[in-house]
Write a protein that binds this ligand. Sequence first.
Ligand code: HH2
Length: 278
Amino acid sequence: MRIRIGARLLEGAGPFLMGVVNATPDSFSDGGRYLDPEAAAAHGARLLAEGADLLDVGGESTRPGAPPVPEEEEARRVVPVIERLRARGLGPISVDTRKPAVARAALRAGADLVNDVGGLAAPGMAELVAEAGVPAVLMHARGTPAEMQARAIYGDVVAEVSAELEEALARAVRAGVPEERLILDPGIGFAKTAAQSVALLAGLPRLRRLGRPLLVGPSRKSFIGAIAGAPVGERLPGTLAAVTACVLAGVEILRVHDVAAARQAAAVAAAVRDARAP
Ligand code: HH2
């Protein structure tokens, strides 16, 4: 892959790490820890020091069943964090939002990429990304976080997610976003049961056929709890296993909370990947 994100050019197979900075009171694994913008920016600085290639700043929890956050409130959470990171010269910075108004405010504050768990489907979002000339992550989901788990009904989950990502990609391109700026994400845990999330991890080689770089966010998610019985605070080993599976399948970008540990797992997995016979 070859994608410029702010001042960074992400080139090659990676894997690259996107470190999570949640400026929310209720994120499923770290809600309330970084609600203060200063604490969130300090956390972002720490993740970059641990080896993150970019930071993903979010102001709305998208865990299953989460209530929507009004756009003014969401912008009020993310903008001061982005401003503080920028002031310290830290980045690149991604904004994790489904809302065009929040994305606009974040881009104005200095964000370099829009990470949209809504797949750029909100009216005006793809146009905004096109106009801003920034790259975007287009993630697969169905419905809103409040009701998405009721829509986790698939025949062949890999085929359907692949087809729906392809449609979303075409829609974004029609709205003016150059295909070369788009990264695709199967949306682990978003309108997916644990078994469907695992099927998607196993089916990553089929998603690679879409021809775009892939980002996957398995970090601390409930499929790990379902498999291993681990509570949310104890899912690092399962997260690292998922990171390894993704890297071996050729995923270029991993979205993770625990950057230092993921860096080591990803480096070892990449060494194995690169030592394979051609
Ligand atoms: N997962 C979460 C949020 N944003 N973005 C992408 N592209 N892919 C993902 O898998 C993804 C995402 C959920 O994790 P987290 O931010 O830790 O939790 P919450 O939504 O509760 O804030």
